[in-house]
Design a protein around this ligand. Structure first.
Ligand code: KG4
Ligand code: ZN
Length: 381
């Protein structure tokens, strides 16, 4: 890790950890406020839809094919040349390793040829810092990250200062939505389809479990709920349109209950490590769900804590969040050298931003089921 004199400036950020190839330019002014100059993205959903999930080898190849084009688009849309950029950042993990290597190597090559600093970003850190770009939120805050690959409650105390309060012990919430959709014959990605069906259905018809509800530790477990949906589906099979809508509504009602109960536990755990949060921030693709958003609004009103939900384009995977995390680090004078590795697994709480170079920054191995899935073969979009 290299240390530069304090600066803000402009950062090009590259994201390729899953099935989106993305690049963006973000600028910070002297006060530290961020401005998105461009945010180019190409989704691979169509390439993976036939398989009902992301195929890592296809993803890596698709990233290689478009990454140059996406970076050029990000620069063009910002009206800038490479020479106008102060640093190049890329997500170095966690994620599907083939894709991570594509974005990371591209960023390193750009940094090398331009002589600009390079910054290796933890993808989860980028999600965690996004509300500071979109809503100027001050530390500390509670982050609920709910996507196809991640389900975590994190106390965000500063740049490089994250305490993971809880996470899923089996499936991610988005993954549970996707698997439920697949079981019911709905198209991929399943989250939005389940939500659409749920609007037409009766959420009280099927009594589904709420795993870990009431536990003090703010962890999640979804696999039992997914199995319960399968068993109920088999029981009433063949499924009518009403059965499908009712199963979706009952599943979504259980998810809403689980999220609210686990977030309450997260707020209690937060007090122990960081006091009172300045905000409750929800990020990840699942945060697009209207029923979940409405329930979280209610929780925020009840607890008097501000709810921050970055716009969907910025709380799902994107390049601007990588560029912004790069700016946050650049401002602290933290950059990396070109030997920074690509990491399939990289738990957020092992990320540091100490000054100067800190040997504890070295990667650690995390064998949690969620981290194992980061390295796994089938990571939903
Ligand atoms: O953050 P994201 O775009 O990608 C990563 O997983 O990193 O999240 C995608 C996930 C998918 O599992 C998708 O089904 C889910 O978010 N999702 C939703 C909704 N929209 C997307 N889940 C529930 N309701 C939605 N409206
Ligand atoms: Zn993500």
């Amino acid at each position: 890790m290299r240390v530069l004199a304090g600066s803000s400036g402009r950062v090009l950020g590259i994201e390729s950890t899953c099935d989106e190839t993305a690049a963006a330019v973000v600028e910070a002014d002297a006060s530290g406020r961020g401005y998105i100059l461009s945010n180019a993205i190409l989704s691979q959903i169509a390439q993976h839809a036939a398989y009902g999930g992301v195929v890592p080898e296809l993803a890596a190849r698709a990233h290689v094919e478009v990454i140059d084009h996406i970076v050029a688009r990000a620069l063009n849309e910002a009206g800038l040349k490479l020479a106008d950029i102060d640093a190049v950042a890329a997500a170095a993990g966690p994620g599907l390793i083939g894709g991570v290597i594509v974005g990371l190597t591209t960023a390193k090559a750009l940094a090398l040829v331009t002589g600009k600093p390079f910054i290796a970003i933890n993808h989860l850190e980028a999600h965690a810092l996004t509300p500071r770009l979109t809503d100027n939120v001050d530390f500390p805050y509670l982050l609920l990250l709910v996507s196809g690959g991640h389900t975590q409650l994190v106390a965000v105390r500063g740049v490089g200062d994250y305490v993971r309060l809880g996470s899923t012990i089996d499936d991610a919430i988005g993954e549970a939505f996707d698997k439920t959709a697949k079981m019911l014959g709905l198209p991929y990605p399943g989250g939005p389809e389940v939500e659409k069906q749920a609007l037409k259905g009766d959420g009280d018809r099927f009594a589904l479990p709420r795993p870990l509800k009431g536990r003090a530790a703010p962890d999640f477990s979804l696999s039992g709920l997914k199995t319960a949906v399968r068993i109920e589906g088999e029981r009433v099979s063949p499924l009518s349109a009403t059965d499908i809508a009712d199963l979706c509504a009952s599943f979504q009602a259980a998810i809403v209950d689980i999220i609210i109960d686990r977030t309450r536990a997260g707020l209690r755990a937060f007090e122990g490590v960081a006091g009172r949060p300045n905000a409750l921030v929800v990020a990840g693709g699942v945060a697009a769900n209207g029923a979940i958003r409405a329930a979280l609004h209610q929780l925020a009103t009840e607890t008097g804590i501000k709810l921050v939900t970055p716009p969907p384009a910025l709380c799902t995977d994107n390049g601007a969040m990588i560029a912004w995390a790069g700016l946050e680090r650049l401002r602290l004078g933290v950059t990396d050298d070109l030997s920074a590795p690509a990491r399939a697994r990289w738990p957020l709480d092992s990320v540091k931003a100490d000054l100067p170079a800190d040997p504890t920054f070295a990667p650690t191995d995390d064998e949690s089921p969620e981290a194992a899935r980061d390295a796994g073969k089938e990571l939903p979009a």
